[in-house]
Design a protein around this ligand. Structure first.
Ligand code: BG6
Length: 458
């Protein structure tokens, strides 16, 4: 038997979820409508009204976390549960999260909330278009301030915005239905998010100087489709447009030159104000949260490509998506499974930003099937193990990787594919069309991960 790979004592084993993907109870106890409650979900796919019914199973889920043995729990606050209209506080919403935070601490689990994970009060979109407007910056900072003040003594790690790339591009999530095709809006919204996050980071340090704040990116590992110089250039451009643009702003308060030039040349550069530079350079994150599922491959721009079906951030003059023939693909992992990509991605990230890194999401999507009351998800164990081995190697190489949170603790409503696509360590017994009782059933991966945490080794 191969020697076990042991992790440092201080390494944090965790698990992740997000509010709209698990909570349900979409109008209970004073919660307002979220953007994700108001989107049009295709027939036959579950929406977030019940999701994993976490709101009503919260104690059971907290107990399962304790049984699993995690040391950190990454979750998100639902903005509209805390501020139904985006302006006024709903005490019952705060109490729901008090309960999660208090119980985590009692159970020896560090609570690690994200302020913004793909949803916001629909009222703010109705009032002024949400992130399209600068007004949203102050509303976000006000919301952040309420959370920081409430939990400053209990929460040691915070995240500002989950995956700004997706949050600004996915118009069904950010509520700007009619603007979904306008690329310029996407960049403007993203810019407002950057300003909001910077202001929030600065505020947190005033309220609670010793807490750590991070940004959570959807890490882009981009390979050129060939050694053709044009493909290499396309890969650099994609890296700049999909990742460096956002993280350079978070860390250094500016866009890469290539991005500035492209946005200006194409009249996509956001509208700015004189005071912005001061805001953008006055704070920076303490760490970077990395969400990684798979790598990407690109080639030089194919001008014959039909862009209408591509996500907005791929609609550009610089690169086209390509398939990577070297990777194993599955139904839900269409880009291919690539643990090596995690290593390359973290190395690049560290060399550019020199900040500690936590894996905030990593996991395998699969249409798990319950057989004889069990989920034998050995495919998921294999995926997690391969990626954890990379984490171990990175630490050995000296990279400051301090935690790992698989996506997801329990099955969640996938962002766009309901419950057909699952990631959880714990099965939620419901389908897209039949909510049933949402019984919790730990999968094989749960028990495997439990042992891994206990041994602190893979
Ligand atoms: C990340 C998000 O982008 O990927 C999660 O932070 C999401 O919220 C996860 O669920 C998996 O993506 P999807 O689309 O399969 O749910």
């Amino acid at each position: 038997m191969k020697d076990k790979k042991t992790f440092p004592e201080s390494f944090l084993w965790g698990a992740s979820t997000s509010a709209f993907q698990i909570e349900g109870a979409y109008l209970e106890d004073g919660k307002g409508l979220s953007t994700t409650d108001c989107r049009n979900v295709p027939e036959g796919i579950a929406d977030g009204k019940v999701a994993s019914d976490h709101y009503h199973h919260v104690d059971e889920d907290l107990q399962l976390m304790k049984d699993l043995g995690i040391q950190i729990y990454r979750f998100s606050f639902n903005w509209a549960r805390i501020m139904p209209d985006g302006k006024h506080v709903n005490e019952k919403g705060l109490q729901f999260y008090d309960h999660i935070i208090d119980t985590c601490i009692k159970n020896g689990i560090i609570p690690f909330p994200t302020l913004y994970h793909f949803e916001m009060p629909q009222a703010l979109v109705d009032a002024y278009g949400g992130w399209k407007s600068r007004e949203c910056i102050d509303d976000y900072v006000n919301y952040a301030s309420i959370c920081f003040k409430r939990w400053k003594d209990q929460v040691p790690y915070w995240a500002t915005i989950n995956e700004q790339l997706i949050a600004s591009a996915a118009s069904d999530l950010n509520g700007n239905k009619e603007s979904s095709q306008k690329i310029k809006d996407m960049y403007q919204m993203s810019y407002h998010m950057s300003l909001a996050e910077k202001k929030a980071m600065k505020l947190l340090k005033q309220i609670s100087p010793n807490t750590k704040v991070g940004v959570v990116c959807s890490m882009q590992v981009i390979y050129p489709a060939s050694s053709k110089p044009e493909d290499i250039q396309a890969a650099y451009d994609a890296q700049d447009m999909l990742q460096n643009m956002l993280l350079d702003m978070s860390v250094y308060g500016r866009y890469p030159q290539r991005v500035t030039h492209y946005l200006k040349e194409n009249e996509l550069y956001p509208i700015t104000e004189v005071q912005d530079e001061e805001i953008l350079t006055s704070s920076k994150p303490d760490f970077i949260g990395v969400n990684y599922y798979a790598s990407n491959c690109v080639k030089a721009k194919d001008i014959t490509e039909d862009e209408s079906k591509l996500p907005p951030f791929y609609r550009n003059q610089l690169f086209s998506m390509a398939s990577n023939e070297h990777l194993k693909k599955t139904k839900w992992m269409e880009f291919g499974i690539d643990p090596k990509g995690l290593e390359i991605g973290i190395q690049q990230l560290f060399e550019r930003y020199h900040l500690p890194v936590m894996i905030t999401e990593n996991g395998l999507a699969y249409s798990d099937e319950l057989k004889d009351g069990k989920i034998e998800d050995d495919y998921r164990i294999e995926y997690l193990k391969e990626h954890m081995e990379v984490c171990h190697d990175l630490i050995k190489q000296g990279y400051p990787l301090f935690g790992y949170c698989p996506w997801s603790l329990i099955d969640v409503l996938s962002s766009h594919q309901g419950f057909a696509k699952r990631y959880g360590l714990i099965y939620i017994d419901r389908s897209d069309t039949d909510v049933k009782e949402c019984k919790r059933i730990p999968k094989n991966s749960f028990y495997w991960y439990q042992k891994t945490i206990k041994e602190n080794a893979i």
